[in-house]
Design a protein around this ligand. Structure first.
Ligand SMILES: [Zn+2]
Length: 476
């Protein structure tokens, strides 16, 4: 029996306005090499200056994960040559990172949480991009010098499920903190997986293999599954030493396998040394105060939803896992929806309809105000749940968001007026006198028949609770 050991390194692109060491914009540029200057082009004599906004965003993550935020941290040069890095080194933080020793609590399928240790989070500059066209290659340095936060976990995860749960929690945390848009497809949340196996009970770690740059949660799970199997088979076949090397591998999506990319370098291979152009990054009281301004984070939010709003733990975690969904839910409540009904209408009615059309909550045609108002109309008996579904369907397709006007237009108002309902009831009872006698004689099951007939005669518009109440009155 084997145990899987997983540690994760995530590169998060910080959403600062300017680059890490110069004032070039980080925004999209239509033309190559336009968001550049002597510093990010690494021209001789240009000097880097640390971006305060990037430091504050890194500190924010530090406070959110209960880490030590160092009031002085240092920058190092990691030497390597690559065409998209004109300085032939990357500025990073090796010896003293801005954030060290934190923790993240991940949500497991059985509803429990597990603590994952965080080694550190350090600032570093991104490289540019190589573009290969036919037989020649070009270099675009618009991205060179963009701030990255590399977030490194302890090897505390024991399965691909735990690794995915960790990534989801980290992803949602950086999105709540608004330090990155964390778009995996666009590469602003990139993940490297370190995976090894060891016989159960053995304390020493096995040989660690790194799988680089996986861009979806699904691929992370698949890559780990493949790699663990490959390592176990090598062990069982007695060729573990020969076949499993400390190396960097790539996940091949088409073939569903990992493939060797290069041998894993040791820190010494990069000839790290302190960057002589950068003094230690000293954080000020003002920066600390700003970094500590924090939104309500997913765990605290879920706890509040359970304790104060009476939500089930499962629902509370589903809603808080995604910032947009949580804010949508809260806006529904502000517009009169009661929590439990809001959960159902958000997670099953709205998300169900969005999924069918391939939309996300961010581009939902029905906003939280409209859905919240709609749901409040069920609770106050203005419309039935069935009627509300009809209105929601209508809103998914049409512009109109005036709920009252739609109730009117689609003729979905429930009749709660005693007089109108009584008139129908009296007619039903008059037409079914034999059944009335039977009911009074003890055949109480017939009550349902009268309810059904009344609802039918009102074409579904009568408020069912009212119908029950008035029928009981009439039948004595
Ligand atoms: Zn620049």
């Amino acid at each position: 029996m084997f145990e899987t050991v997983i540690g994760l390194e995530v590169h998060v692109q910080l959403n600062t306005k300017t680059k890490l060491f110069c004032s070039c914009p980080t925004s999209f540029a239509e033309h190559q090499n336009t968001n550049t200057c002597p510093t990010c082009l690494a021209l001789p004599g240009a000097l880097p200056v640390v971006n305060k906004e990037a430091a504050i965003k890194a500190m924010k993550l530090g406070y959110a994960i209960n880490a030590n935020v160092n009031h002085d941290s240092t920058f190092d040069r990691k030497s390597y040559f690559y065409p998209d890095s004109p300085s032939a080194y990357q500025i990073t933080q090796l010896t003293k990172a801005i954030v060290q020793k934190g923790e993240l609590f991940i949500d497991l399928a059985d509803g429990t949480q597990k603590r994952i240790g965080m080694t550190q989070a350090h600032l570093e500059a991104d490289a540019g991009k190589n573009m290969h066209e036919g037989d020649h290659s070009k270099v675009d340095l618009n991205r060179a010098g963009t701030p990255l936060l590399e977030i490194v976990s302890e090897p505390d995860m024991r399965s691909s499920d735990e690794a995915v749960a960790y990534l989801k929690k980290l992803h949602s945390t950086v999105r709540y903190l608004d330090i990155s848009d964390a778009n995996m497809q666009e590469g602003s949340f990139r993940c490297d997986v370190n995976v090894s196996i060891r016989p159960k009970g053995q304390e020493a770690f096995g040989t660690r293999v790194e799988i680089k740059n996986i861009n979806s949660f699904k691929f992370v799970a698949a890559a780990i599954g493949y790699e663990v199997q490959r390592q176990i088979e090598a062990y069982e076949d007695g060729v573990y030493e020969q076949e499993i090397h400390q190396e960097t591998r790539l996940w091949n999506v088409e073939e569903g396998v990992t493939k060797s990319m290069r041998g894993k370098e040791e820190a010494a291979d990069y000839r790290y040394f302190p960057d002589p152009d950068l003094r230690p990054l000293i954080v000020t009281d003002e920066m600390i105060a700003e970094a500590k301004i924090m939104p309500e984070l997913p765990d605290a939010k879920a706890k509040r939803y359970i304790e104060e709003l009476g939500l089930k733990s499962y629902d509370a975690h589903v809603i808080t896992s995604d910032k947009e969904m949580a804010y949508y839910f809260e806006e529904m409540l502000e517009n009169g929806a009661v929590p439990k009904t809001a959960v159902t209408w958000l997670t099953s009615e709205l998300l169900g309809r969005l999924n069918k059309t391939g939309l996300t909550i961010e581009d939902s045609p029905v906003d939280a105000k409209a859905l919240g108002t709609l749901v409040s109309k069920i609770t106050d008996n203005t419309i039935s749940g069935k009627g509300a579904k009809e209105i929601l369907d209508h809103m998914m397709e049409n512009e109109s968001r005036d709920i009252d006007a739609l109730i009117e237009e689609l003729g979905l108002a429930q009749v709660s007026d005693d007089g109108a309902i009584l008139a129908i009831i009296d007619e039903i009872l008059a037409d079914n006198q034999d059944k009335v006698e039977q009911y009074k004689g003890g055949k109480e099951k017939l009550f349902g028949f009268f309810v059904g007939q009344t609802m039918k005669a009102s074409k579904g518009s009568a408020n069912p609770a009212k119908v029950n109440e008035l029928l009981k009155q009439r039948l004595g």
